[in-house]
Design a binder for this molecule. Sequence first.
Ligand SMILES: Nc1ncnc2c1ncn2[C@@H]1O[C@H](COP(=O)(O)O)[C@@H](O)[C@H]1OP(=O)(O)O
Ligand SMILES: [Mg+2]
Ligand SMILES: [Mg+2]
Ligand SMILES: [Mg+2]
Length: 356
Amino acid sequence: MSSPDYAQELRIALLAVQRATLLTKTVFHNNAKGTLDKADASPVTIGDFGAQALIISALQHNFPNDEIVAEEEAKDLRENERVRATVWELVKNTKLSDAAGEKELGGAIQSPEAMLDIIDKGDSKGGRSGRIWAIDPIDGTKGFLRGGQYAVCLALMVDGDVKVGVLGCPNLPVNDSEPLTEDIGADATDAEGKGVLFSAILGQGAASRPLQKGALADPSKITMKPITNISDATFCESVEAGHSSQGDAAAIAKKLGITKNSVRMDSQAKYGSIARGAGDLYLRLPTSKSYVEKIWDHAAGDLIVREAGGQVTDAENKRLDFSQGRRLEVNKGVVAAPKDVHPHVIEAVMSVLGSK
Ligand SMILES: Nc1ncnc2c1ncn2[C@@H]1O[C@H](COP(=O)(O)O)[C@@H](O)[C@H]1OP(=O)(O)O
Ligand SMILES: [Mg+2]
Ligand SMILES: [Mg+2]
Ligand SMILES: [Mg+2]
């Protein structure tokens, strides 16, 4: 099933992400996150498994022929009955309060066994042909655990090109014009006034809407903030020092004349925040360790920023290439900025990295 303007894909993606965030918020408020360590020592929680199950179930119901690249696999759940039972309780009990929307997503998963098989449907190798969804059920798991920013991320690629992107950010302010504060990455609550869904369709601009329980809220168009003086720019980076060289980012900022401290937050909430003009730049600079970025960590954010009037490249000024498989094999780092200042930022990036 497909529609040439991707309106149906966007609608299902929005509803699926909205439903998954209801699950992650329940996990957060129950204060029992069921953390396991993955083979690479990164954490995964019952929230990650549950959100992935709900999103894949919705995609399979609506687009049964599409492939799916998702971050998690069910192996650890198959081996751990207690955690499996907890995830199943959550998955079984999470529904959109809007019955019509819940029906559109295909309703409930039938059994714990079906849930495990659904989680493992995210094992596509990715690549350059056909329709492939990329899912990060919780991006910024470490942020989620420490009560910071996190995002539920979903993107559709067609022949290696991102066509639709959705980011659900339960802990960001609803209000697009609320400027970023340095403590945004540490603000734990999804209380009143928090929670936003960002979205974009290629060629059709970017939007935000409040993340709520019932039917989808109306969208508002978002655009990046015009920068008249780059030294006034606000730049965003990871909380985790191991994910991006913060020393290089500081040197680049200095070169651009930026005196403000960076705003540190976890997850693709950084892409959403600059796309809506709450911040200006996102720098993710390669660390000495040879880490290859994953497509689900960037696909939705890349499209949302570009559709809001930005440019997104790696540190060598190459566009992010999502057609290489599950990872961004040919890219190193991320530099995102309003289109007109991006060349200026890249010049500073190359001069700092080149002189090392
Ligand atoms: N060494 C690393 N360098 C860059 N990104 C990493 C590294 N290790 C993990 N990540 C990924 O960065 C993402 C979070 O980025 P941010 O710092 O912007 O919040 C996570 O999805 C995380 O993957 P994982 O899910 O495997 O932990
Ligand atoms: Mg991630
Ligand atoms: Mg994740
Ligand atoms: Mg992870």
